[in-house]
Write a protein that binds this ligand. Structure first.
Ligand SMILES: Cc1ncc(C[n+]2csc(CCOP(=O)(O)OP(=O)(O)O)c2C)c(N)n1
Ligand SMILES: [Mg+2]
Length: 338
């Protein structure tokens, strides 16, 4: 993205963000089909409904900035510039996958674009993000780190360690809390004491902002400001984005814990439709939006076909690029390992 040109022409800039959001939406929808058809093992956590948060934040970062993601990381990765074709191969465990087909959906990483990793252990991205921010400071660079964290994860201990450390060392880090209302099948507010994530960040003396996370224009404007502020030595910032997890927690979730009509009511507010509405009011005609939408789906369709056609890695490569210390030493009562 050419940010300078984009800033001079706001509708063109928002249109670019719309294209990225379409790519994420298409990726998630096609991944679900591939999962249902048996091409993906394990589970996938879809980002549908939350596209504006990852897109608005990541597309305001430089290629040399870093992000840390969580278990719901497809959208963050695409928004930071990871290659969707290689990501689809990773999901299917094929040669050419972003993590050499050893990670799958929850361990996508692409260091070439500053995407330091998705993560299946809730809150681990936070502490790793703080480590990356500390490394930046020690090296005297002007990059920054953005870390994505779910609302439910703000109830885990490492969340507090990470915020505390970041504040003590005034690190260049933006914490992005995506409040999608749920933690698995639990309404997060029903298991969260006090006033929630913003109040908790402020308790550490950390400046915190709140945004409608389904409004790409609002997320983009605020993220641009906050990122500039963090980069210029302003220390950590906490961004709380209100959004909604349209799909189930994982691919097989039947949403039996939701009240009738809840999902469809929230669908009215989904970010792509809202962005398309904004673009229509700002000079784009429907055919341009439809073309962008179709182009994203065509690209992901091709990615799916190319992943299906790619071979599985040779079994001999199973121990390459992974830690292998050999079999454990036998344990003895006297002194641990013999
Ligand atoms: C340490 C740890 N505890 C529990 C889990 C199981 N788990 C995976 S996702 C999830 C809910 C996370 O909710 P939230 O942080 O709001 O993120 P969201 O799924 O809504 O994006 C749970 C409990 C885990 N992966 N890691
Ligand atoms: Mg959540």
């Amino acid at each position: 993205m050419n940010q300078t040109t984009a800033r001079e022409n706001k509708p063109a800039h928002i249109f670019e963000l719309y294209q990225t959001m379409c790519l994420i939406r298409a990726f998630e929808e096609k991944a679900e089909i591939a999962f249902d058809d048996g091409f993906i093992n394990g589970s996938i956590h879809q980002y549908i409904g939350q596209e504006a948060v990852g897109t608005g934040v990541c597309q305001n970062l430089r290629a040399s900035d870093y992000i840390l993601s969580n278990h719901r990381g497809h959208g963050h990765s695409i928004a930071k510039g990871a290659n969707p074709e290689a990501m689809m191969k990773e999901l299917m465990g094929r040669v050419g996958g972003t993590s050499g087909a050893k990670g799958g959906s929850m361990h996508i990483a692409d260091f070439s674009v500053g995407m330091l990793g998705a993560n299946g252990v809730l809150a681990d991205g936070l502490t790793m993000g703080v480590g990356a921010a500390q490394a930046i400071t020690l090296k005297g660079e002007d990059n920054i780190v953005a870390v994505f964290v779910g609302d439910g994860t703000t109830n885990r201990g490492p969340f507090y360690e990470a915020l505390n450390w970041a504040m003590v060392y005034e690190l260049p880090i933006l914490f992005v809390c995506e409040n999608n209302t749920y933690a698995s099948s639990t309404l997060t507010r029903s298991v969260t004491a006090g006033e929630g994530p913003v109040a908790r960040a402020k308790a550490f003396g950390m400046p915190a902002s709140d945004v409608d996370g389904n409004d790409i224009v609002a997320v983009d404007e605020l993220a641009a400001d906050l990122i500039a502020r963090v980069r210029s030595g302003g220390g950590p910032h906490f961004l709380h984005a209100r959004t909604y997890r349209v799909k189930g927690h994982i691919s097989r979730d039947k949403l039996l814990y939701r009240r009738d009509g809840e999902t469809s009511e929230n669908w009215e507010n989904e970010p792509l439709g809202r962005c398309a509405g904004w673009l229509a009011e700002n000079g784009f005609d429907e055919s341009e939006l439809r073309t962008a939408h179709s182009a994203a789906y065509a690209r992901i369709d091709a990615a799916v076909e190319s992943a299906k056609a790619a071979p599985f890695p040779d079994a001999a490569l199973a121990y390459v690029d992974v830690q292998d210390f050999g079999p454990p030493e036998p344990w003895t009562k006297e002194g641990g390992a013999s």
